[in-house]
Design a protein around this ligand. Structure first.
Ligand code: HEM
Ligand SMILES: [Ca+2]
Length: 434
């Protein structure tokens, strides 16, 4: 569940678009004669244990356009709301939200068997007749079954709560019922994220260092209008991708008769089949798996399903997620691991394994691997240095990622006027609901 929640939460916070070709076409960066400026392909070494080609496709993130077209440093775009506001459920624009709403009794649209509404069939990978690409508040809903299931739980939870509210409040119109339900759903996602997810990921010490506590009852006016709640580049391009190392290699149906059916993650990419199979009858089986599945340790090892076979196609073309993460950091110009340590107030690093400035948060094995990959400690990419740190006590990350994550989640809480614990008459909850 920890991995699944991390991905769901990540999609509420950030979506960085990549550059596109003519009419929005995807850009190919391998096997082309002239390298395009949007391309930054990864060279694969000859002795790679899996890939037999020499080029891994990589398209640079789209850059912002300055209003006066003046040359400036390249910046990237976030196309969703950075606030934890359930944009995964409702979209990030009114236009999108209107497409998802039924406009009756505060309900969201569903399709037969309580499934998602459909969207254009070229937005996912259909392998079985009568199935359709699913439509939700975030366009990545079809990527993997654990993510689709969390989307579906909140879609159904919205409709369940809206139905109850409409019954208790017969004078409310569709708009009032919808908005009140939406407020509850966003609050649930905020509360689960801080109370259950972050406490496990960051450990109690970091929770307390960055004021990420959640009180079990009552209000807490944490809002500070001087805090910028937007997503930091190093958070999205590196630190919050620690969850990629928690991905397991299988997707399971845990049936109520205790039988287990197993699929490889790579069979499920972008394919809605496991959700829609037998008219959605196996949704509880997937839910039981997501709820019970222990994520694996977020260390420097990644399962082959994402390291070798990410988004594998019929021609066996695939990607390597760990390599994409490192390259994305370089694409965005993220400063190196040692620079982030000093930003976090951690001990300075000037050598791999000797003297006062040695790597103190890595074990011997990780140090020897970093030494092999980098000529100097100053060259260590943030992702590589951060993911291979020893974890803080009771946490799933080491001190550098804990600091970047801690500061970001503090800004997301303190910079949010709609944070659910705030006691603001117009936007907050009443004492009875808090
Ligand atoms: C099976 C599960 C997952 C798959 C297949 C997956 C796949 C991907 C892919 C392909 C990217 C874009 C890589 C690039 O080109 O830069 C990405 C980005 C990202 N992922 Fe995951 N991911 C998964 C789970 C997670 C989890 C568990 C977390 C966090 C706990 C996470 C956090 C992120 C973040 C923060 C980004 C950057 C988003 C952006 O800036 O648009 N992902 N993921
Ligand atoms: Ca959001």
């Amino acid at each position: 569940m920890v991995m699944a929640w991390g991905q769901f939460l990540d999609h509420d916070l950030v979506a960085t678009p990549v550059s596109k070709g003519k009419n929005g076409a995807s850009i190919k960066c391998c096997g082309i004669e002239e390298i395009r400026p949007e391309c930054f392909p990864i060279q694969i070494p000859k002795d790679d244990p899996y890939f037999q080609t020499d080029c891994l496709n990589f398209v640079r993130s789209a850059e912002t356009v300055q209003p006066d077209s003046s040359p400036t440093k390249r910046e990237q775009i976030n196309q969703v709301t950075s606030y934890i506001d359930a944009s995964v459920v409702y979209g990030s624009t009114k236009d999108m939200m209107d497409k998802l709403r039924l406009f009756v009794n505060g309900q969201l649209k569903t399709s037969k068997h309580g499934l998602f509404p459909p969207q254009s069939n070229d937005t996912c990978r259909l392998t079985h007749g009568n199935e359709f690409c699913m439509f939700a508040g975030d366009f990545r809903v079809n990527v993997v079954p654990n993510l689709s299931i969390l989307h579906l739980i909140f879609l159904r939870e919205h409709n369940r709560i809206a139905k109850k509210l409409a019954t208790f409040n017969p004078t409310w119109d569709d708009e009032k019922t919808f908005q009140e339900t939406r407020k509850i759903i966003a609050a649930l996602i905020q509360q689960i994220s801080y109370l259950e997810y972050l406490t496990g990921v960051l450990g109690y010490k970091t929770i307390s260092n960055y004021n990420l506590h959640i009180a079990s009852t009552g209000f807490s006016n944490v809002y500070d209008q001087s805090v910028d709640p937007s997503i930091r580049n190093a958070f999205a391009a590196a630190a919050f991708r620690f969850g990629h190392a928690q991905i397991t290699s299988s997707v399971l149906y845990y049936k109520h008769d205790h039988l287990v059916k197993k699929y490889n993650v790579e069979e499920t990419y972008h394919d809605p089949h496991l959700v829609q199979n037998d008219n959605g009858q196996h949704i509880p089986d997937l839910g039981r798996w997501v709820a019970n599945n222990a994520s694996i340790k977020a260390d420097r090892c990644f399962v082959s399903s994402v390291r070798d076979k990410l988004f594998i196609d019929k021609n066996n073309n695939s990607l390597d997620l760990a390599a994409l993460n490192i390259q994305r950091g370089r694409d965005h110009g993220i400063p190196s691991y040692v620079k982030w340590r000093s930003w976090c107030g951690l001990s300075e690093v000037s050598s791999f394994d000797s003297g006062d400035g040695k790597l103190v948060d890595h074990d011997v094995d990780a140090i020897s691997k970093l030494k092999k990959a980098y000529a100097h400690v100053d060259d260590i990419d943030l992702y590589a240095g951060g993911i291979s740190e020893k974890h803080l006590q009771g946490a799933d990350v080491g001190p550098t990622f804990a600091c970047i994550l801690g500061r970001q989640f503090q800004a997301l809480k303190e910079g949010d006027r709609f944070w659910y614990e705030n006691k603001f008459k117009k936007t907050g909850f009443s004492s009875a609901t808090n």
